[in-house]
Design a protein around this ligand. Structure first.
Ligand code: MN
Length: 131
């Protein structure tokens, strides 16, 4: 199960580097996009195991990007985890209601981040087994 590809959609270079380093250190491959538009294109061509989606992006935002991903047969089954600077409960609820498979708040918690990613990847595998 190692070497799964994770797509990072994020426009902040420091956040990209932190997430990339954490994922690579834990045996994942990473690919990056700095806009939602680019992220959607990479998702279609590279079929990542999971997408980390920043909500605030230049141009299209992360929530709109999720709707595009879900509407496309090529990308609709890929789990998408929102990454947001907001820790307000109302926005968390909104994010989960929008259909994201989970969320991580920024600044990223180094202790919680990888277990949360593994959890989403594992539940995706479980639901595939059940079908
Ligand atoms: Mn951003």
């Amino acid at each position: 199960m190692a070497q799964e590809l994770i797509l990072i959609v994020e426009d902040n270079e420091k956040n990209i580097k932190l997430v990339r380093d954490l994922l690579q250190f834990n045996g994942y491959e990473t690919i990056e996009a700095v806009t939602a538009e680019e992220g959607i294109e990479i998702a279609r061509t590279h079929h990542p195991a999971l997408i980390l989606m920043d909500i605030q992006l230049p141009g299209m935002d992360g929530k709109t990007a999720l709707q595009h991903l879900r509407a496309d047969p090529l990308t609709k089954a890929i789990p998408v985890v929102a990454v947001t600077a907001s820790v307000m409960t109302s926005e968390r609820d909104e994010i989960l209601k929008a259909g994201f498979d989970g969320y991580q708040s920024k600044p990223i918690s180094i202790k919680e981040f990888i277990p949360a990613i593994k959890n989403v990847l594992n539940s995706r595998l479980d639901s595939q087994d059940a079908s």
